[in-house]
Design a protein around this ligand. Structure first.
Ligand SMILES: Nc1nc2c(ncn2[C@@H]2O[C@H](COP(=O)(O)OP(=O)(O)OP(=O)(O)O)[C@@H](O)[C@H]2O)c(=O)[nH]1
Ligand SMILES: [Mg+2]
Length: 326
């Protein structure tokens, strides 16, 4: 498994659930006759409905157990898809759970009454079906909302919160992707946050037998905080949990199209926000080194790139757990 929402199945619609429950019930009814047929239909319809509704609920991970990275990200995605965060998801799940239990209650209520002649039993069974259908339809909106959230959440980037993580930030065009590509040798995957138009690039590099994750997030950490909307800010919160070090790339030559002062403001911003080491890296040093930075490199001239990676690794200061130590 890669991330907690990857395996979420499609949420059925209310109509699909009702159709399935009733067609399975019809089949079950055909195998019997008289009151028995009605009873069997009632049981099958109610069980299929309640099982399916319950499965919708149990297919979701427990939000309280989620890694904070994914909880914040889920909050951002849900806020985007449903206009409210994880609380909205919880509410929809509660409603669906309620409907599942209600279908069981209707079954129990009518089971006791299904006796006597077949015609009365048939009427009662029909009444029960109508009530089951009503209950399922009542959570139709919840099912739809869950499916929308599910579609959005499934596409989350596969960032492993437990792996040592180096976040690469900086204004557009400063060379973030070039750097990530250079150190990960293009082994990086591109995934997209559902709420940004740009991709999140996740690359991996092994240093001294430890795998580091490099995350390049165009569209999120490439401009001042006040230009981010609430949802994007929530995604940045998620990155705060995942990050063990941040590299802020600046382009002193200004070739990137953004004044150096603005780039340094973004750096200050991130320094204030992230509680992990934030290193200032002057890229495009082949053009200009005219900035006070922790490191200078040129990705295109292949100068200083490995030093920057080593500095990031040192800043992460990752202590692997030693499973064999007794
Ligand atoms: N001269 C010079 N150009 C560089 C260097 N590093 C990257 N570039 C160039 O700068 C341009 C932008 O590089 P990218 O790696 O796409 O920049 P980015 O920060 O990922 O940009 P966005 O994805 O738009 O945010 C490309 O044309 C690169 O070839 C460098 O060290 N020196
Ligand atoms: Mg890029």
């Amino acid at each position: 498994m890669s991330h907690p929402f990857e395996g979420l199945p499609t949420t059925p619609t209310a109509d699909e659930l009702v159709d399935q429950a009733f067609s399975r019930a019809a089949r079950a009814g055909r195998a019997k006759s008289g009151v028995q047929a009605q009873r069997s239909m009632l049981q099958t319809a109610a069980n299929v409905a309640s099982d399916n509704l319950e499965n919708v609920v149990t297919s979701w991970p427990d939000f309280d157990d989620l890694d904070p990275f994914y909880r914040d990200l889920a909050d951002a995605v849900a806020a985007d898809a449903l206009d409210d965060g994880v609380d909205a998801l919880r509410k929809h799940l509660n409603e669906v759970g309620w409907a599942g239990r209600k279908a069981g209650e209707i079954r129990r209520e009518y089971e006791g009454r299904l006796a006597g002649d077949a015609e009365t039993a048939r009427k009662l069974r029909k009444q029960a079906f109508a009530r089951i259908a009503d209950v399922v339809e009542e959570v139709g909106d919840d099912l739809q909302a869950l499916n929308e959230a599910r579609d959005a959440l499934r596409t989350l980037p596969d960032v492993r919160p437990d792996e040592p993580t180096i976040v690469v930030a900086g204004y557009p065009n400063v060379g973030k992707s070039s750097f990530v590509n250079a150190v990960t040798r293009a082994s990086n995957e591109i995934a997209s946050y559902p709420f940004t138009t740009t991709g999140v690039h996740v690359g991996h590099v092994e240093v001294d037998r430890i795998r580091y994750q490099l995350v390049d997030t165009p569209g999120l950490l490439d401009r001042p905080a006040e230009e981010r909307n609430e949802i994007e800010n929530q995604a940045v919160s998620a990155l705060e949990h995942a990050a063990d070090a941040v590299l802020v790339l600046v382009d002193a030559s200004g070739d990137c199209g953004y004044p150096l002062a603005a780039q340094l403001e973004l750096r200050d911003d991130l320094e204030a926000r992230f509680e992990v080491p934030v290193l200032t890296v002057c890229n495009k040093a082949d053009r200009s080194r005219d900035v006070d930075a922790d490191h200078y490199m040129s990705v295109t001239a292949e100068e200083g790139v490995d030093e920057v990676l080593q500095a990031a690794v040192a800043a992460v200061d990752y202590e692997p757990e030693l499973p064999y130590e007794g």
